[in-house]
Design a protein. Sequence first.
Length: 255
Amino acid sequence: MGFEEDAAGRMGMIENIDDNMGILLAKLAEWGMERNTLLIFMTDNGQARGVGSKARLKGGLVNVDFSGFKGGKNSPSEGGTSVPAFWRWRGVLPEGRNLGRLTAHIDLLPTFVELAGGRLPGGNQVRGRSLVPLLENPAAAWPDRFLFVHSGRWEKGEDPNLSKFKSCAVRSARFRLVNNKELYDIAADPFENHNVIDQHPEFVAQVRAAYGAWWTEAVPLMVNENVPNSPVRPYFVLYEQQLKSGGIPAWTPSL
């Protein structure tokens, strides 16, 4: 396609994932498991490169696509955490339906537990909600709530409270408060072009209070703050071991 090495590697990984998803779907059908397997395809964060990043194509530079979103990976903006989640359960979930509700990763465990007929442990450690009501009826009641985001990344041994308002966000169904000083009406302005914090003082006060309570509760749970970092990246080590012992299986793109 004309991409240079760095961008070609990225595009190749996209094609590799696409091919392997096709293989997985075909195997589920072959094994007769489509009707008792919930398949979820999603990502863990927004675009891995920063806004304004370029990639080389046929000797020139092209913009990296952010689909209009502000911010990418490790950003407190909507583009940092708004990700796709495709759910497929043949014969159980209707196809071509978009829920369009505010959900998050913390909702996965409660959902799986309910689908499996289990029960969550007591206490308040699990904060998510089961998505089963929405899966059964997209119009089901779904009370608004606050979802909290913090990118972390302070130095090892540093007091987390020094970074309390650094790279953080609070999301409700309509609004997103960014870094405690910018408010965006996501329903009307999904790409966060207009800061409306001065127009909603009562709501901002409510969000700030909720974030403060969450932070106060979260910091004592950061039990690994003083644990030394690993001197190596275990995944890299395993990759190198596989490369030396048996090599990496060849992959030929499907045409």
